[in-house]
Every structure is written in structure tokens, then in C-alpha cells.
Design a protein around this ligand. Structure first.
Ligand code: KG4
Ligand code: ZN
Length: 346
């Protein structure tokens, strides 16, 4: 049998992660996947503090690697390569990961493969569902929102994306405005379930314009105005009205994502793919209303809809190990001159 076993490292935002993925005769398997979050470290600051994140990554990476190897029941000698997120992201964290990976690769005499974090997300549907190129991808998280056509392990074309906030960021800000807990996505979604999405009229930004670009910052402003008006009228935010506001806000985001997905699918289908596929990744893909809308439009347009399990949609190192395997198989490899890149468009 033909096998390839990679350790992956991820440290570009606020999750330190290590994972081992093995490809056996074309069949990938996740042997271990360790994710150590830092939410508690940043909670008091209302956002990720880059310096604190970098220090925590430097402290936790070794431990995550140890745990990933142990969980997989493997030693470094069983590996065929080390993959690491080399960007984009918070530079201190990315540097911690790249240095750790270089040390391991040099020490164990293994190939080193730098991975673009976004490529990690974008290649995940091949790890989980064996999706064939070319497929359409919607990356939708706290930091990203873009449509990509994945044509090969290093060949992506961008159809459009947000011109301001990412939807996850919008959900997080909405939660703050509604005095709901962070992360905002899940708490706004729970609140929205109790509300009427039609009670308040929210805009559907950029739907009147052609193309796949999106905008979400205006929705946040609309929510702020609506809230202030309610508070002025009622002397506070009544429970039912808060639920209605959340429902309207969420529906507006879902409608924009669904309509833009329809356009992206139409563009993608012009390539006449043999097995059309539409995959979604990122934390916002956890939202049931959004997910259901994307699934429906995908079915209507005749593409298979793929939503990887949530823990593989959010930041993790299995996707990095896998992207490393894909790059390595296409002949790519990096040297000790691999650098950490804060910005790195696909
Ligand atoms: O992919 P992710 O874990 O991290 C990055 O941003 O890279 O995504 C986190 C984002 C947060 O903004 C969070 O509020 C949002 O995903 N999110 C959701 C839901 N669960 C998480 N947004 C809407 N609905 C949800 N159920
Ligand atoms: Zn990510």
C-alpha cells in the first residue's frame, strides 16, 4: 500500500492546533486532531490580542504536537512530512507555528510544507467528502467571506467576497448590540428562533448590483438604529422585540448569502464540471438558517451540497495536514527559508 502521513500545525488566529492525517491508497484518514482554544485569555479584552495570542501559541504548540502524536499512537519517525500554516493571519502566531515546524522538520529530517490557511479551509471538502475539482466553495467565518472555485491544490479563483465585514464579525457585533453573549453567532441564532424575521425591515446590501461581492457592515448599522429607536420608545429592549430584531438581522444575512451563492453557482457551472459540488466552510456554516438556504439553492442549481462537520469547518490542524499532503503530492515543498506571511491572498 501507498501511504503518506503528515503532521499539521495551525496557529494563525486564536486556536493552537496539531493534527495527523494519513492518506492510504487515495483514502484520507484523520488519525488525531488537537485544538487548544484561547477564548478565556482574550475574553476580558473584547477581541483577540495579537501579543497574548503569539505567546500562548509558543507555549502550547509543543504540547499540542505531543498530544497529536500520542493520540495517533505514532512517533515522529512515522511521519512523511510537516505542514504548517504560513499565513495569512496574526504574524506572531504564524511565526510561532513556522518556527516550531522548522525545528521538527530539521530535527527529524522531514520535508516541510507551508500552507495557506485559506487553502486549508478550501481543501477540507476533499478530506471529508472526496470532492473532485473543480468545485465551488463559500468560506464564511468571523474573518472571511468569499466565493472560490477550487481547481487544484494550489489553483483557486475568487469570484467575489465581502467588501467590508465578514458575516461572523457582523453576528458578533450584533450580539454586543443586543447584550447577548459572545461568540455572537450561536447566541443571535438562538434568539432569532424565537422571533419573527418580518417584524423589522432590514436592507439586503448589494443585491441590486451584479456579481458576487457582499457587504455586511450596513446591516450592523441598521440593527443599531432599530435598537435605539426601540429603546427610545419602550425605555428598554423588550424580549420579544429583541428576538424579532435578531430574526430579521439573521434573515437578511442568509438572504444575501443565498442570492450571491446562486450567482456564484451560475458562474461556476459555466465550467461544465462533471460532478458539480458546492461546499461551505467557516464558523458561520454552523447557522441552521444559513445552511438550509445554501443547501436549497445548491439543489435548485443541480450541485451537490457539502458541509463538513463543524469541527473541521472552524480552525483546526487536520485541514493544514491535509492541504500539506495535497501540496506535497503535487510536487511542492519548502525549505528553511519558509517565511510567515501576515497577508497572503489565494
Ligand atoms: O471559522 P471560525 O471558527 O473562526 C474564524 O473566524 O476564522 O468562525 C467564528 C465565527 C464567529 O464570528 C462566530 O460568531 C460565527 O463564526 N458563528 C456563527 C455561528 N456559530 C459560529 N455565526 C452564525 N451562526 C452560528 N450558529
Ligand atoms: Zn480560519
Amino acid at each position: 500500500t501507498d501511504t503518506l502521513t503528515f503532521l499539521g500545525l495551525e496557529s494563525s488566529c486564536d486556536d493552537t492546533a496539531a493534527a495527523i492525517v494519513r492518506l492510504t491508497d487515495g483514502q484520507p484518514e484523520i488519525l488525531s486532531s488537537v485544538v487548544a482554544g484561547q477564548t478565556d485569555l482574550h475574553a476580558a479584552f473584547g477581541g483577540v490580542v495579537p501579543e497574548i495570542a503569539a505567546r500562548a501559541h509558543a507555549e502550547k504548540l509543543d504540547l499540542c504536537v505531543e498530544e497529536a502524536l500520542e493520540e495517533a499512537g505514532l512517533g515522529l519517525d512515522a511521519l512523511d512530512g510537516i505542514a504548517v500554516t504560513a499565513g495569512p493571519g496574526l504574524i506572531g502566531g504564524v511565526m510561532s507555528g513556522v518556527m516550531c515546524a522548522k525545528g521538527l522538520a530539521a530535527g527529524a529530517g522531514l520535508p516541510l510544507v507551508g500552507v495557506n490557511h485559506l487553502a486549508g479551509h478550501a481543501l477540507t471538502p476533499r478530506l471529508t467528502d472526496g470532492l473532485a475539482f473543480p468545485y465551488l466553495m463559500l468560506l464564511v467565518s468571523g474573518g472571511h467571506c468569499q466565493f472560490l472555485i477550487a481547481k487544484g491544490p494550489e489553483d483557486f479563483s475568487r469570484l467575489g467576497g465581502t467588501i467590508d465585514d465578514a458575516p461572523g464579525e457582523a453576528f458578533d457585533k450584533a450580539a454586543k448590540l443586543m447584550a447577548l453573549p459572545q461568540p455572537g453567532g450561536p447566541s443571535v441564532e438562538a434568539e432569532a428562533r424565537k422571533g419573527d424575521p418580518k417584524a423589522f425591515a432590514f436592507p439586503r446590501p448589494l443585491l441590486d448590483r451584479p456579481g458576487c461581492d457582499m457587504s455586511f457592515s450596513g446591516l450592523k448599522t441598521a440593527l443599531l438604529r432599530a435598537r435605539d429607536q426601540v429603546v427610545a420608545e419602550h425605555g428598554g429592549l423588550p424580549r420579544q422585540i429583541r428576538a424579532d430584531l435578531c430574526a430579521g438581522f439573521q434573515q437578511a444575512i442568509a438572504d444575501v448569502l443565498v442570492e450571491k451563492s446562486r450567482r456564484a453557482l451560475a458562474e461556476y457551472l459555466k465550467l461544465a464540471p462533471a460532478n458539480p459540488g458546492f461546499a461551505v466552510a467557516g464558523g458561520v456554516a454552523a447557522n441552521q438558517a444559513i445552511r438550509a438556504g445554501l443547501e436549497t439553492v445548491s439543489r435548485e442549481m443541480g450541485a451537490d451540497f457539502v458541509a463538513p462537520p463543524l469541527k473541521l469547518c472552524t480552525d483546526n490542524a487536520a485541514m493544514i495536514a491535509w492541504a500539506g499532503i495535497e501540496r506535497f503530492r503535487s510536487g511542492a515543498q519548502d525549505g528553511m527559508d519558509l517565511t510567515a506571511r501576515p497577508r497572503w491572498p489565494l
